[in-house]
Design a protein around this ligand. Structure first.
Ligand SMILES: Nc1ncnc2c1ncn2[C@@H]1O[C@H](COP(=O)(O)OP(=O)(O)OP(=O)(O)O)[C@@H](O)[C@H]1O
Ligand SMILES: [Mg+2]
Length: 482
C-alpha cells in the first residue's frame, strides 16, 4: 500500500541546506537531506545567493519543488540552496511613498536602498466581521463611467477589454483624475505589462506632483512567471499597511490582473499540474480569490481598487474573465466595435454596470437617466440590422427618433482625455456628474436637436457644443452679411 511520505518540517528557523537536483525553466527541485523547510519559505541559491526560489510543493520526504522569482541562468544541478527561514518579505511604512519597487520590495528607481519594517507578502484576508461596505461613489470625471458604471469607494472595479482597446489609457486617465484630488495613498501595481508604460507613468506622476503620495510596484512582462505571480501580493501587502496601521484610504490600481492569472497558469504548467478548462490552471479560482479577497475595506481604512483585465480573443466567457467579474462591484467593458468607430473611451454601455447603480445609492435622477440612456442605446442596437438591410427611411417615426437620440448619446459619451492630449491634439476634459446628467437629459428630451452629431463628439459638458454651435452660426451670419 502506498503511504504518504512522512515529512519533517522545520518549525523554527534553521538554516536548512539543500541541493538543486532538477531545473526546468523557472521550476527548481531541491533536495534537503535533513529537515525540509516549510512551504512558501524563500530559498536562495547561486554563488551570491542571487537566485530566489519559493517552495510550493513537496515531491517526497526530502524533495521540495519551488518556483524561481528571478531568472535561473547560471544555476546548475548540485548547487547549494539555503533556506532563508521566512517567506518573501516586502518593506512597509510611510517612507515607501514616492518610490518604485520590484517584487522583492527592492527600490528600482535608483534613489537608494530603504531601511525599516518588512512584512511577509502572504497575508490573510480580513475576517468577515471586520469588513465594512459603504455606499460612497468615487467620481472619476469620465462621463461614460460615472453615468453607467459608477465606482464604489472601498470596493473593486474592473476595466475589461481585448488587446489595444484602451485599458491602459483609461486606467492612466483615472489615475490622473482621481489621484490629484484623493486624500489617501495611491498604489500602482504593474503586472506583466510593458516596462515602458510603467516608466512613462512614473515620469508623468512625478511631473504632475502626485508621486509623493504614490507607491509603484512592478513585475513586468520581462520578469519570470514567479515574479509576476507574486508582485500583486507585494503591492497588496503595502496597501494593507496603509489601511491597517496608518489608517488611511488606499487607491490600488492594477494593470493587468489577467497577467497574474497567466503567470499562475505558467507556474502551474511548469509544476506539472494538469490543465483545466481552456488550458488554465485547476487552481485559478483559488489563486484569484486569495488575491482579490484581501482587497477589502475595514473600519480603519478602505482599499479602493481599479483593475485592468485583458480579455483573450475578446471573449467575455473566458474563464479568467468570468472569475474576475465575480469579484468586482463595477465592471467597465471596453468594446472593439466602438474603438473601430473612434468612440473613445470605448465603454460598452450595455455590458458595463455597477452594483451602485440603484436609486437608493445614486439617487432617482441619476438612475432614471442611466436607464433611459441604456434603453435608447439598446433599442438602437436592435434597429441596426433593419437599418443595414432596408435603410433608415423604412423605420417608423418613433424608431427614427430613437436612432437620432442614440447616435447623439453615443457621441456625447466620448470624451477627450488628458492622457491622449499629446497625440489627439484635443485638450483633456473632466466632467462632473451633474454636467453628464444634464447633457444626457438634454439629448433624451430632444433639446439638442439643433446640434449636429459631430458637435457632440469629443467634448466635455454639453454647453461646449451649444457654445460652439452659436459661434458657428454667428460666423455664418457674418459671412453672409459680407
Ligand atoms: N481614450 C482614447 N482616446 C484616443 N485614443 C485612444 C484612447 N484609448 C485608447 N486609444 C488608442 O488605443 C491605443 C491602445 O490603447 P491602450 O494601450 O490603452 O490599450 P490596452 O487595452 O491597454 O492594450 P493592451 O491589451 O495591449 O495592453 C492607444 O495607443 C491609443 O492610440
Ligand atoms: Mg495595456
Amino acid at each position: 500500500m502506498l503511504q504518504s511520505p512522512a515529512i519533517s518540517v522545520a518549525t523554527s528557523y534553521c538554516p536548512c541546506q539543500g541541493k538543486v537536483v532538477a531545473i526546468r525553466g523557472s521550476v527548481v527541485d531541491v533536495h534537503f537531506s535533513d529537515e525540509v523547510p516549510p512551504l512558501r519559505h524563500l530559498l536562495r541559491a547561486g554563488p551570491q545567493a542571487q537566485i530566489a526560489i519559493e517552495g510550493l510543493t513537496y515531491l517526497s520526504a526530502n524533495l521540495i519543488r519551488g518556483i524561481a522569482l528571478t531568472p535561473t541562468q547560471g544555476l546548475a544541478r548540485g548547487a547549494r540552496v539555503i533556506d532563508t527561514g521566512q517567506s518573501l518579505q516586502v518593506p512597509i511604512g510611510e517612507h515607501l511613498l514616492g518610490r518604485a519597487f520590484n517584487v522583492f520590495g527592492d527600490p528600482i528607481d535608483g534613489l537608494g536602498p530603504l531601511k525599516g519594517m518588512k512584512r511577509s507578502l502572504h497575508g490573510q484576508a480580513v475576517p468577515l466581521h471586520q469588513r465594512t461596505t459603504g455606499t460612497d461613489i468615487l467620481v472619476t470625471g469620465i462621463k461614460a463611467i460615472d453615468l453607467l458604471a459608477p465606482l464604489e469607494r472601498g470596493s473593486k472595479a474592473g476595466l475589461f477589454g481585448g488587446a489595444g482597446v484602451g485599458k491602459t489609457v483609461l486606467i492612466t486617465e483615472m489615475i490622473h483624475n482621481i489621484v490629484s484630488r484623493y486624500d489617501g495613498v495611491s498604489i500602482f501595481c504593474g503586472i506583466g505589462e510593458r516596462s515602458r508604460e510603467g516608466e512613462e507613468l512614473y515620469r508623468e506622476m512625478k511631473a504632475a506632483g502626485v508621486l509623493n503620495n504614490t507607491v509603484m510596484v512592478f513585475g513586468q512582462m520581462n520578469e519570470p512567471p514567479g515574479s509576476r505571480f507574486r508582485v500583486g501580493h507585494a503591492a497588496l501587502t503595502m496597501a494593507e499597511y496603509f489601511r491597517d496601521q496608518a489608517h488611511r484610504d488606499v487607491l490600488l490600481m492594477i494593470d493587468n490582473v489577467f497577467r497574474f492569472i497567466q503567470a499562475g497558469s505558467e507556474v502551474s504548467g511548469l509544476m506539472g499540474q494538469l490543465p483545466s478548462r481552456v488550458g488554465y490552471q485547476p487552481t485559478l479560482a483559488t489563486e484569484l480569490a486569495e488575491l482579490e479577497e484581501r482587497i477589502c475595506s475595514t473600519a480603519h481604512g478602505a482599499i479602493t481598487s481599479v483593475q485592468a483585465v485583458y480579455i483573450p480573443a475578446d471573449d467575455l466567457t473566458d474563464p479568467a474573465a468570468v472569475h474576475t467579474f465575480s469579484h468586482l462591484s463595477a465592471s467597465i467593458v471596453l468594446s472593439r466595435k466602438r474603438t473601430s468607430e473612434g468612440l473613445y473611451p470605448a465603454v460598452d454601455p450595455l455590458q458595463s454596470g455597477s452594483k451602485m447603480l440603484t436609486p437608493s445609492v445614486v439617487g432617482q435622477r441619476h438612475y432614471q437617466v442611466a436607464q433611459a440612456v441604456r434603453k435608447t442605446l439598446a433599442e438602437y442596437e436592435d434597429l441596426k440590422d433593419i437599418i443595414a438591410m432596408l435603410g433608415l427611411e423604412e423605420l417608423a417615426q418613433n424608431e427614427r427618433q430613437t436612432v437620432y437620440r442614440a447616435r447623439r448619446l453615443e457621441r456625447f459619451l466620448t470624451q477627450p482625455f488628458f492622457t491622449t492630449e499629446q497625440f489627439s491634439g484635443i485638450p483633456g476634459k473632466m466632467v462632473s456628474l451633474d454636467q453628464t446628467l444634464t447633457g444626457c437629459e438634454a439629448i433624451l428630451d430632444d433639446k439638442c436637436s439643433g446640434l449636429s452629431e459631430q458637435a457632440l463628439y469629443m467634448i466635455g459638458a454639453v454647453d461646449e457644443a451649444e457654445l460652439e454651435h452659436q459661434e458657428r452660426e454667428a460666423q455664418e451670419v457674418e459671412e453672409i452679411g459680407q
